[in-house]
Design a protein around this ligand. Structure first.
Ligand code: ADP
Ligand code: MG
Length: 240
């Protein structure tokens, strides 16, 4: 579903991604861990062309994102992105937030957009919050609304960048539960997070990044149980 090859990204003379090769199969959940500054967010942002890579290839469902012929706006619809900060429009109800992209991007009629948005919000447990404004919701509810907004566009893959890092601890569970449900429904996902328990329970593969490279990757049991590299061990020691 996602095939990244030889990906390089520099900011001026800072090499942030130094040749990343990473493929995510349909319905796979790939969990990316690594120290702050290792390039995780940059990797995700490149997959949506929020950052333009310097070199390499990114294929989504067979389409090369870096090909100038590719319709990037069309491809962006196929790649759902959820950030640490929820990025909901504060002056619009939750329902209107989800309807907006359906109306603007997918050109849905108002009635159709409303129907899809209501279903997406029901799916994340917000059926009774349609008319609430973001400020009236908890952080966990806002993040679930942001997930519903991304899912409403029926993406091929969902990218999550530390989706629970801004949440109070007691609100994390509701967001992880929604992510579990997406996974069980067969969504392809790449998740950057420090929620190691979620990785153990839900990830097919854990990728450890450090210094702009993938140091190692494998099934959660292998990476957490017997990491092959000292850098991975040192990083994981912070979570024990
Ligand atoms: P992570 O998400 O793993 O913490 P990032 O991808 O955010 O890492 O950042 C990797 C490196 O790139 C860091 O050194 C960061 O300071 C730098 N960086 C990220 N975004 C920019 C930017 N827009 N301009 C310059 N440097 C950046
Ligand atoms: Mg980051």
């Amino acid at each position: 579903m996602l095939d990244i090859a030889g990906l390089r990204k520099n900011y001026a003379d800072l090499e942030v991604l130094k040749g990343i090769d990473l493929a995510v199969a349909p319905q796979e959940l790939v969990f990316v861990i690594g120290p702050s500054g290792s390039g995780k967010s940059t990797l995700l942002r490149c997959c949506n062309l929020l950052e333009v890579p310097d070199e390499g290839s990114i294929r989504v469902d067979g389409v090369e994102l870096l090909d100038p012929q590719t319709d990037i706006n069309r491809m962006r619809q196929r790649i759902g992105m959820v950030f640490q900060s929820f990025n909901l429009y504060p002056h619009m109800s939750v329902l209107a937030n989800v309807m907006l992209a359906l109306r603007k991007v997918l050109k849905k009629s108002k009635a159709e957009a409303r129907e899809i948005a209501e279903a997406a919000l029901a799916r994340v447990g917000l059926a009774d919050k349609l008319d609430s404004y973001p400020a009236q919701l908890s952080g966990g509810q806002q993040q679930r609304a942001a997930i519903a907004r991304a899912m409403a566009l029926e993406p091929k893959i969902m990218l999550f960048d530390e989706p629970t890092s801004a949440l109070d601890p007691e609100l994390v569970g509701s967001v992880l539960q929604v992510m579990h449900e997406l996974r069980d429904a067969g969504m392809t996902m790449m998740v950057v997070s420090h929620e190691m328990r979620f990785a153990r329970d839900a990830a097919d593969r854990v990728v450890f990044m450090d210094g702009g490279v993938i140091v190692e990757q494998g099934p959660p049991a292998a990476i957490f149980g017997s990491p092959g590299h000292e850098r991975t061990r040192a990083f994981l020691a912070n979570f024990q």
